[in-house]
Design a protein around this ligand. Structure first.
Ligand code: PMP
Length: 362
């Protein structure tokens, strides 16, 4: 069996150990004699798995007891709508910091539902090469929340530390860096993330809601789009994505076995340093278009001297077993997505490939 070095941006690499565990119990989940895909979501066995997954996520992410963790469907994209639907009330306004294509989509939905302000952006001709500085933000002290995209998967930028919004709760789309590093969760009212980058496969979205947010939540919403429904029913109002939740469970266990969030963060820093170090150490060949203090530790984007060389880099990479190195179609270039499951050893191999490519093509 030849496993490749998988650098797709999402769905992305899963921990090999999690995949093997799933393979092992595919036909017989925890002694039930059935696959986890075949058992009732109302069974004792599934209930245990479901609750264990929620507790593990809370424990590993360092969320306080005042957070409710939901396992929903519809991807992060549905959260673009559910957040304003539930919290942006009549006569109030929400702040959004525009840092890339995904924030833009979040703003589009919020604008349909209520008053929305862009409280800061670094957009220039459709390009985002940095994260706004605190002093450049125009924050509304009365906003119901301030939305940030913690890591911009396409442009390759990341908030190194989150903006100070005073008493206004942050809402974070953390789809591409959830569980990759420690941060002060107490400043967030809502955190959401599609699982398919750092937590598991696609099909399930984790949403963490601070309890006090629900005191101000809108009423009279459609049942399935109302957070209260999912809180009251522990995300089991309707049939959940059982297999996706199961894979998240195995991925979380893998994180825990490897030392939890701090161990993940340490290794993620090391991986990012290796690649950025290679880019900066070969400046006549590689160029990172992102300002150093805004660089993403999850999606490293860079350019080569010309597009023909970029094509060759992607092609040669593929032949050498490095898959998914192509930058997002809207920006071009190269993108190496280094999520939790992308191992340090594999990143060392990528870096070796980069150096050799620069030497033979420079
Ligand atoms: N936000 C970010 C930061 C993303 O990277 C993505 C997907 N790549 C999304 C939102 C959309 O997620 P989904 O496809 O789960 O709706």
């Amino acid at each position: 069996m030849a496993r490749v070095h998988n650098y797709f941006a999402g769905p992305a690499a899963l921990p090999l150990e999690a995949l093997k565990a799933a393979q092992e119990e595919l036909l017989d989940f925890r002694g039930t004699g059935m696959s986890v895909m075949e058992i009732s979501h109302r069974s004792k066995e599934f209930d245990e798995l479901h609750n264990e997954t929620i507790s593990l996520f809370k424990e590993l992410s360092g969320l306080g007891d005042n957070f409710k963790v939901l396992l929903l469907q519809g991807g992060a994209s549905l959260q673009f709508a559910m957040v304003p639907m539930n919290f942006l009330s009549e006569g109030k306004s929400a702040d959004y910091i525009l840092t890339g294509a995904w924030s833009k989509k979040a703003i589009k939905e919020a604008k349909i539902l209520g008053n929305t302000r862009v409280a800061g952006t670094t957009e220039k001709d459709g390009i985002f090469s940095s994260i706004p500085k605190q002093e450049d933000l125009d924050l509304d002290n009365n906003a119901v929340y301030c939305h940030v995209t913690s890591n911009n998967t396409i442009f390759g930028t990341q908030w190194r530390s989150f903006p100070d919004t005073g008493s206004v709760p942050l809402v974070g789309d953390m789809s591409s860096d959830i569980l990759s590093r420690r941060f002060d969760t107490s400043r967030f009212g809502v955190i959401y993330a599609g699982a398919q980058k750092n937590l598991g496969p696609s099909g399930v979205t984790i949403v963490a809601i601070r309890e006090d947010m629900m005191e101000k939540a809108n009423e009279g919403l459609l049942t399935l789009l109302n957070y209260k429904t999912h809180i009251d029913k522990n995300s089991l109002f309707n049939t959940p994505p059982c297999f996706a939740i199961y894979m998240v469970n195995l991925s979380l266990k893998w994180v825990k076995e490897r030392g939890g969030l701090d161990a993940m963060e340490k290794e993620n820093n090391e991986k990012a340093k290796l690649i950025y170090g290679t880019i900066d150490g070969n400046k006549d060949f590689f160029r990172c278009p992102i300002e150093p203090e805004s660089r993403s530790f999850m999606n490293v984007v860079f350019r080569l001297p010309n597009e023909d060389l970029e094509k060759k880099f992607i092609e040669d990479g593929k032949n050498a077993g490095f898959i998914g190195l192509k930058g997002h179609r809207s920006v071009g270039g190269i993108r190496v997505s280094i999520y939790n499951a992308n191992t340090l050893d594999s990143v060392k191999d990528v870096v070796e490939f980069m150096k050799n490519f620069a030497t033979s093509n420079g």
